[in-house]
Design a protein around this ligand. Sequence first.
Ligand code: SF4
Length: 324
Amino acid sequence: MALKVGMPRSLAYYTYFPLWNTFFKELGVEVLLSNESNKQVLDQGVKETVNDACVPIKMYHGHVKDLMEKVDYLFIPRLVSLDGEETVCPKFLGLPDMVRYSIDGLPPIIDNRLDLRKGKLEFWKFFYRIGRKLDKSFWKILMSYRAAWDKFNKYQSLLLKEYSPQEAWELIDKDQSRGDKIQQKGDITIALLGYPYTIYDPYISVGLLDNLKKMNVKVLTKDNVPSVDLLRQRKKFAKEMFWYYSNQVVRSALYYLEKPRVDGVIHVTAFGCGPDAMVDKFVELECKHSGVPFLTLSLDEHTGEAGMNTRVEAFVDMLKRKRG
Ligand code: SF4
């Protein structure tokens, strides 16, 4: 029987799922995802996490609880630097330890470290060590590694054609990676900015992405910005933050505000997120400077759908009137 590795459907899952999933599958390992985020998963996470953790970290703990009795291993990598420059926030850095010391009775954790500041080969070493931990041969690991990157590159090119991660995964799964550029339609265009694990998690974001589309809004995110443009914004940006995901939000905001390319910006922040205190202010000031309307939505485990929808509807309404 194939080994079963559990992957919490949270945090970096929203960035790397196609890469990790393909790697494990090609190794001959079964990947079990936790359930979609929901109230029960979050409640379980809240019970296991320290009070002042942000809602994505609480949700992550709930996903671990959901999986822990169904798998041989849990995949909770120690992500340090994902671009060779900045690190991820301290809560990511300590994630395997935080989970290990918060929840009893866990299966073994695959917690290999990924720190691209040590060089580009680190990605290979990361996967190689995981493969060896699972007793796979060098050749099997190499072939799985190549297949994983092949799929991940196709996935990323679909994101640049304005597919959402969900749509891109579905196309990749059906082997239709050459999807044409979609022409998202909408009366107005909004840049929906925030960490991928908040804006794409339908429970944390209270279905915001789908709701905006239902309001006939074209929605663009950081994932629709080519990396070369993010790099260009990095060079223009005087103040760099320490944290990878935070910098990505700021750079994508600068990109969308450049011409400007959007009618409005919504920044989704997690209550209790230290880095977001700076990111939010910065994006707000840049929007003001560019004359682009801006809305912040701060989310926590008590966020209600009705209150959130009212604010979003009013914002969209105002943008549509402004467009005329
Ligand atoms: S960056 Fe903020 S939201 Fe993300 S894990 Fe860290 S504290 Fe939480």
